[in-house]
Design a protein around this ligand. Structure first.
Ligand code: NAD
Length: 324
């Protein structure tokens, strides 16, 4: 059976997902939806047989879709998931789930009443190296973890506005929070310090913090620190998450996993494309009803969102915040 898929959002990441879907067996991109017909038609023209729409309800009324990809900015989720849940349509939604926790919690309630298959774009979970890290950590006692997301400010306008993206920790560093939860368990408490140092002097209308550091206490008793910045020039940066255990250091980054113990260092490079694996797991679930291959569903992603939103609250109040 050929699955008919719709894509909402017409930006960079819609194309990334769309191109993977266009290559997948037994899938047709039937519709695209954007903020204007021009943008929607432009994306639709990339995929044979796709039609453009400028309203989600028009798209869903016109096409019998088997699944929808939501690739929209964090502030633009209003009503989208609700509409899909009401119609019983499975969806893959890009992270983060929103700019706060209230909206995602309401959607989670709707999903509990009317379940549909969901997947959330925490793609690091689909890297072979992340699975390897998770397996290795099962046999070790984690003392602490340190993670960094150090880069430049993305060019899109919504990212630099607090009400548009939620800020770097909610929008970007959420990937590390999610990976930390995936391989090391739940987070119970956070304490955060954020500051605006540089980018608001370089660009108009920047309201997000450009440096931040968050201390996290895990249910296991381990502690972690995740720090981020977007002050760096383009093409300079580092992203990674390292674990310190009684057996040594496990240093993960998107390209490799390095294990250092007993004076020996072993590196495993990881070149697999996690977005392809993420889409394969989602499509399999839509086809068969077997969602066991989906590594981040909506309910799980809400827990990651709870941590990143607690960090924002802590950065404002100056107090440690309990997550659950
Ligand atoms: N998992 C990953 O690795 C990864 C990478 C990049 C982006 N993302 C996520 O994907 C999402 C989109 O990012 P992007 O880089 O494509 O952004 P973008 O700015 O390039 O594109 C966003 C698109 O959404 C459209 N849009 C805005 N409001 C809309 C609405 N109400 N209805 C329909 N379309 C609307 C905009 O017109 C634009 O075309 C973000 O949440 C981002 O965090 C995830």
């Amino acid at each position: 059976m050929t699955l008919k898929v719709g894509i909402v959002g017409t930006g960079w990441f819609s194309k990334v997902h769309g191109d993977i879907l266009a290559e997948a067996e037994g899938v047709r991109i039937a519709a695209t939806c954007g903020t204007s017909m021009e943008k929607a038609n432009s994306l639709a023209s990339r995929y044979s047989g796709a039609r453009g729409f400028d309203r989600l309800t028009d798209m869903l009324d016109s096409e019998q879709l088997d699944a929808v990809y939501l690739c929209i900015p964090p502030m633009a989720h209003e009503g989208m998931e609700t509409e899909l849940i009401a119609r019983g349509i499975p969806f893959l939604v890009e992270k983060p789930l929103g700019v706060d926790l209230d909206g995602p919690n309401k959607i989670l309630e709707q999903l509990r009443r009317n379940p549909v298959i969901t997947s959330v774009g925490y793609h690091f979970r689909y890297k072979q190296s992340a699975l390897q890290l998770k397996e290795l950590l099962k046999g070790q006692k984690i003392g602490m973890a340190l993670g960094t997301w150090m880069g430049s400010m993305p060019g899109v306008g919504w990212w630099r506005k607090q009400e548009g993206s939620g800020g770097q920790f909610i929008e970007q560093t959420t990937h590390l929070v999610d990976l930390l939860r995936y391989v090391a368990g739940e987070v119970e408490e956070v304490y955060a310090a954020y500051a605006n140092r540089i980018v608001h002097e370089q660009h108009e209308g920047v309201t997000v913090s450009d440096v931040g550091t968050v201390t996290l206490k895990l249910s296991s008793g381990a502690i972690a620190n995740l720090s981020n910045t977007c002050v760096l020039p383009d093409a300079v940066g580092e992203v990674g998450l390292s674990f310190y255990t009684e057996q040594g250091i496990l240093a993960w980054d998107p390209d490799q996993l390095e294990i250092k113990n007993n004076g020996v260092s072993t590196s495993y490079s990881s070149t697999d494309n996690p977005y392809v694996a993420e889409t394969a797991a989602f499509l399999h679930a839509v086809r068969t009803g077997d969602a066991s291959g989906i590594r981040s569903d909506y309910a799980d992603a809400v827990r990651t969102q709870a941590v990143t939103c607690a960090a924002l609250e802590s950065s404002i109040t100056g107090q440690a915040v309990r997550v659950f």
